[in-house]
Design a protein around this ligand. Structure first.
Ligand SMILES: C[S@@+](CC[C@H](N)C(=O)[O-])C[C@H]1O[C@@H](n2cnc3c(N)ncnc32)[C@H](O)[C@@H]1O
Length: 456
């Protein structure tokens, strides 16, 4: 049985009948008169995101998207993101009205139209008439023009009917999360996946969270992160040029705090780009060396170091191949992973991740963890973290590492001290942050983090 069909889950189903949901604040202003081209690009972006990891970002840099005016491009992206977040529900609504599945191009038109009417509150007449126009334009979809019209008008007339948040999660992912965290957590995760997250800012030590919160119309969270409902181009926000803060999800800020860097300590950040954690480590007073195998991704790190006036030695190299004999007081390994914990900001990760990637990335993490262990001085610390909800990339990795490396032991985390929800603490002393935690504050990304210490 699908997770959403249990009685517990049924109790939490959302009635989507009647009034549409509150408007999304996705970066784009939603306009009724935006033309069909933006909807074409929305469909391209949606399909690119469904096809592969980073597909949406790549498609945004293609000529079709670049030809749009910025406001239209932002609208297209907002529609694609809304469709990705609610894809299961949208398909539930469509499948109820379709006797057999239409060609993919036709489904795309209808998905795009429903994302507009059900999530972005685009008036139905605008979304339906552009969908029909689009169907007319392409010989492949033209024969389905009347079907598109009838289905979309039917949803407008009768309402969408009941849908389940869990239907937005691919089956294999829902099955994994249910097995790992239980049915109630799965429902919480599915609800978190429907929402567009706020923007979180990490502050330099000594900067007053209340002052930044006032400047960006936000609020200070436990741990010092400032959360704001603003989205979009942060470079235009007040206080940006002061270099006192950078964008970083509240959960992503916890692992660097867990490392507990003191002024003057030597610190190695092994997978550093784009650099939110490097900035934290440098701001704490560490003498930081930041490695990453991707030179283009390190550019963002260098720009942020300049803007914030912080310093770090930056080296573009695969961490396991770094030809340097140094060992460090503190090492952070924020390893490459499936990133399934970031589904609030990147809904496409749930669609683009393939089951086989979990094991493949776990191998990479295993190798990098062993390389990290060699860089830790006797008596030094190692924090391992990933933004994945998959246990193979978190708990299982650390259990195996501690077996291979008896010189290391876990030092229990203090979740409150690092700005994580208290319920994130595991019996082993690690942090398992779920996006469903802090639901009343708007949630946070999923993360696993463990602090280990090498015998002196
Ligand atoms: C999760 S991201 C790191 C995010 C970063 N710590 C931050 O806070 O902004 C993982 C990074 O690992 C890098 N990476 C992947 N394999 C690597 C390797 N073998 N050595 C060093 N970096 C690697 C990727 O380029 C990517 O930038």
């Amino acid at each position: 049985m699908k997770p959403g069909h249990s009685s517990e889950a049924r109790g939490r189903r959302m009635a989507t009948k009647g009034r549409p949901r509150p408007a999304s604040t996705e970066t784009a202003p939603v306009q009724d008169d935006i033309g069909v081209e933006a909807r074409v690009v929305a469909g391209l972006l949606l399909n690119a995101a469904l096809e592969k990891r980073n597909g949406l970002d790549e498609a945004l840099s293609q000529p079709a998207a670049r030809a749009l005016a910025p406001v239209d491009r932002a609208f297209a992206r907002a529609v694609a993101m809304a469709a990705l977040r609610r894809l299961g529900e949208i398909d539930q609504i469509l499948d109820r009205r379709l006797q057999k599945s239409p060609p993919e191009a036709v489904r795309t038109l209808m998905r795009i139209a429903l994302a507009q009417t059900l999530v972005l509150e685009t008036p139905a007449f605008a979304a339906v008439s552009t969908a029909v126009k689009l169907a007319e334009r392409d010989p492949k979809t033209r024969p389905y023009k009347n079907l598109v019209n009838a289905v979309l008008r039917g949803v407008g007339r009768d309402g969408p009917g009941l849908t389940t948040a869990e239907s937005n999660l691919p089956d294999w992912i829902a099955a994994r999360w249910k097995a790992a965290y239980g049915e109630a957590a799965l429902v919480g995760l599915a609800l978190a996946a429907r929402e567009e997250p706020a923007t979180d800012l990490s502050l330099k030590p000594g900067v007053d969270p209340a002052a930044i919160a006032a400047a960006v119309e936000g609020e200070a969270l436990p741990g010092g992160t400032v959360r704001t409902g603003r989205r979009g181009d942060v470079a235009s926000w007040p206080t940006f040029d002061d270099g006192d803060w950078w964008v970083q999800d509240a959960a992503a800020a916890a692992p660097a705090r867990l490392l507990g860097v003191k002024s003057g300590e030597t610190v190695l950040d092994m997978c550093a780009a784009p650099g939110g954690k490097t900035l934290q480590l440098a701001a704490a007073g560490g003498q930081v060396t930041a490695l990453d195998r991707s030179a283009p991704r390190l550019k963002r790190l260098t720009q942020n170091l300049e803007r914030t006036g912080l310093t770090a030695e930056v080296v573009a190299v695969p961490a396991e191949d770094w030809d340097d004999a140094r060992t460090f007081d503190a090492v952070l390994l924020d390893a490459p992973c499936t990133a399934t914990g970031t589904f609030r900001r990147n809904p496409e990760v749930l669609r683009a991740t393939r089951p086989a990637e979990v094991a493949k990335l776990a191998d990479v993490q295993h190798r990098l963890l062993d390389a990290a262990a060699e860089r830790v001085k006797p008596g030094g610390r190692l924090v391992y973290c990933t933004c994945s909800l998959e246990r193979e990339e978190g708990e299982t990795q650390i259990i195996a590492f501690l077996r291979r490396n008896p010189a290391f032991r876990t030092v229990s985390a203090d979740p409150v001290a690092v700005g994580a929800p208290p319920e994130a603490l595991t019996p082993e002393g690690w942090l398992r942050i779920l996006p469903s935690m802090w639901a009343e504050k708007g949630g946070l990304d999923g993360f696993f983090a463990a602090r280990l210490e090498r015998a002196g």
